[in-house]
Design a protein around this ligand. Structure first.
Ligand code: NAD
Length: 505
């Protein structure tokens, strides 16, 4: 039996093939557990069970407040098990225990609580204004979509899972989740906790760990699936869209980014430097909306760059399980090699970085240096260079000078991505004018990374389609049905429109 099993049709189980895969603590290259390795057969079984649970089961027929009660119970279950979930999340992903305890686990519980509120508050029916056929009454019914699948990445495993499961269940759908292979533990642990607490009817929530090429493809393509929500790379996002197009399924895509954090010349440099460093190096830069391009006004450029280099040198790399560590290991060695490759490219494109640029020295004993990468800052980076255009997904910052607010906006928008961004300034009116011109899904003024379940999140351009969170993130999990009622139940004179066919009917 695997240490962590799949949840299919109400049962915790091994995969049909009996295969497992190992998962590791990246900091020490130590095996943590054996995970059941799902395949196409498991995905199909889950999809068929989900279809039945939606078409015949009780879940979609519950009222919004009944569903809200269950979602709040899941939030409570997460809070009751917060310490264990935070430890597992950090061990498996390399994210610091500080991040898991303060952001990931409570953030996921908050998402379930927010969508419980949505289930209670968002109306299931809305009257429609009638302008053209005045004898009729018209209304819209909001209905669940059906079987919703969620495919998630490794960088924020637990919070991403909550963004997929909570809105789907709140709106009356059933949900199947595939976690990323490197970070499957907490999704399977939550499945286990919910099953043991007997919180949901069978197949309302199912979790299948396994490869994207089998489980993921099936969850995106199977005709019995009604919607697929994907968070991950833009490259795989394109594939998901292709697979979903076979049966014209709606997709939500949350993809890559190369966001610009603009520092205007009137910014408080202590605050702005903190926003730039936090905006880039939080979680080792493995954040889709990281502000990995810092655009800095030439008037304050040299001074700010000096402060950035000084402060970046004080960021502590270490064991992710130590609460005092600022950045833990990257999720795996592949990610370290990617950062290394881009740094080599950066050296060719713009020269030596002002700090970092390789694996760190002097790590505490027992940690594997090959899992770590130093916070790295390249300066005077042309926006057209590859290091400024491509998503690195590691702790690498490009600093780019500009001469006017309009030029800053033009540089910020010169990207295939448009996920987020920042403006740092002491003049809020000026900052908001800049924010309004940025073609991106979120702008934080004098802040960064402030995502919360009650506000929409998503991308422009190749950063994605649709929005998660907020009221928007609830409504995308519902169909809209228009019902037209002619109150006259007899007498053809009330139906003059029939004469568009013939006056003889
Ligand atoms: P990835 O695209 O490699 O994988 C994401 C998920 O898709 C995984 O579960 C993977 O197993 C699955 N997958 C892979 N190939 C598949 C296929 N052919 N069909 C179906 N599923 C498949 O991404 P990653 O490396 O796990 O995560 C990093 C990426 O995620 C970065 O690009 C980052 O910007 C992005 N991201 C975006 C957001 C956002 O909200 N926009 C949030 C977090 C991460």
């Amino acid at each position: 039996m695997a240490d962590y099993q799949l949840l299919i049709d109400g049962e915790l189980c091994d995969s049909a093939s009996g295969q497992t895969f190992e998962t590791y603590n990246p900091a020490k290259n130590e095996k943590i557990a054996e995970i059941a390795k799902g395949g196409t057969e498991d995905a199909v079984r889950a999809i068929e069970a989900a279809r039945k649970a939606f078409d015949e089961g009780p879940w979609p027929k519950l009222s919004g407040s009944e569903r809200a009660e269950k979602l709040r119970a899941i939030a409570q279950l997460i809070n009751d098990n917060a310490n264990e979930l935070a430890e597992l999340e950090s061990l498996d992903s390399g994210g610091t225990i500080r991040k898991s305890q303060l952001a990931d686990i409570p953030g996921a519980a908050q998402a379930f609580t927010w969508f419980a509120q949505m289930a209670e508050e968002r109306p299931d029916k809305a009257d429609l204004p009638v302008a053209v056929f005045p004898q009729s009454t018209n209304y819209a019914l909001y209905e669940p979509l059906g079987v919703c699948t969620g495919i998630i990445p490794w960088n924020f495993p637990f919070i991403m899972l909550s963004w997929k499961i909570a809105p789907a269940l709140a709106a009356g759908n059933v949900s199947i989740i595939k976690p990323a292979t490197y970070t499957s533990i907490t999704a399977l642990k939550l499945a286990q906790l919910i099953t043991e607490a007997d919180l949901l009817p069978p197949a309302v929530l199912q979790v299948i760990a396994g490869p994207g090429s089998t489980v993921g493809e099936e969850l995106a393509a199977n005709p019995l699936v009604d919607k697929v929500a994907f968070t991950g790379s833009t490259e795989v996002g394109r594939r998901i869209m292709q697979l979903a197009s076979g049966t014209v399924k709606p997709v939500t895509l949350e993809l890559g980014g190369k966001s610009a954090n603009i520092v205007l010349d009137d910014a408080d440099l202590d605050q702005a430097s903190a926003a730039v460093l936090w905006g880039t190096f939080f979680h080792g830069g493995q954040v889709c909306e990281s502000g990995t391009r810092a655009l800095v006004d030439k008037k304050i450029y040299d001074e700010l760059v000096g402060i950035l280099a000084d402060k970046a040198g004080k960021i502590q790399l270490g064991d992710q399980m130590d609460f005092m560590t600022d950045i833990g290991p990257l999720v795996n060695r592949i990610q370290v090699e990617t950062a290394e490759r881009y740094c080599a490219l950066g050296r060719e494109e713009v020269g030596e970085p002002i700090c970092g640029g390789g694996r760190p020295e002097g790590l505490p004993e027992g940690l594997d240096v090959n899992a770590y990468f130093q916070p790295t800052i390249f300066t005077d980076v042309p926006n057209s260079s590859k290091i400024a255009q491509e998503e690195i997904f590691g702790p690498v910052l490009c600093v780019i000078p500009f001469s006017s607010d309009d030029e800053a906006v033009a540089i910020a928008n010169d990207s295939i991505y448009g996920l987020a961004g920042g403006v740092q300034s002491s003049n809020l009116e000026r900052a908001e004018a800049v924010a309004a011109k940025m073609r991106t899904g979120t702008v934080w003024i004098n802040d960064y990374h402030m995502i919360s379940p009650d506000r929409p999140f998503g991308g422009y351009k190749q950063s994605g389609i649709g929005r998660e969170l907020g009221t928007f993130g609830y409504d995308v999990y519902r169909q809209v049905k228009h019902v037209h009622v002619n109150p006259e139940t007899s007498g053809r004179d009330n139906h003059i429109q029939y004469s568009a066919l013939s006056s003889n009917i």
